[in-house]
Ligand binder design. Structure first.
Ligand SMILES: [Zn+2]
Length: 65
């Protein structure tokens, strides 16, 4: 999946970019209890997409696909 799509989905779900952590950008969901790391690559691998979905457990099912 292209990282642009991931970022678009994050923004659509009112997640906020809060900073960077090495090669990753840190995002926090709107409830503030969940956060995830998105690698700054052009493409985000299936495994990382799965982690992002798991990390942001409060978002509606299918928000990122
Ligand atoms: Zn949350």
């Amino acid at each position: 999946m292209s990282t642009r799509q991931v970022v678009k989905a994050l923004r659509r779900n009112e997640c906020q970019l809060t900073g960077t952590d090495g090669p990753h950008d840190k995002w926090v969901c709107k409830c503030g209890k969940h956060s995830t790391a998105v690698p700054r690559h052009t493409e985000t691998s299936v495994g990382v997409v799965r982690n992002i979905i798991r990390d942001l457990g409060c978002l509606p099912e299918g928000w990122l696909q």
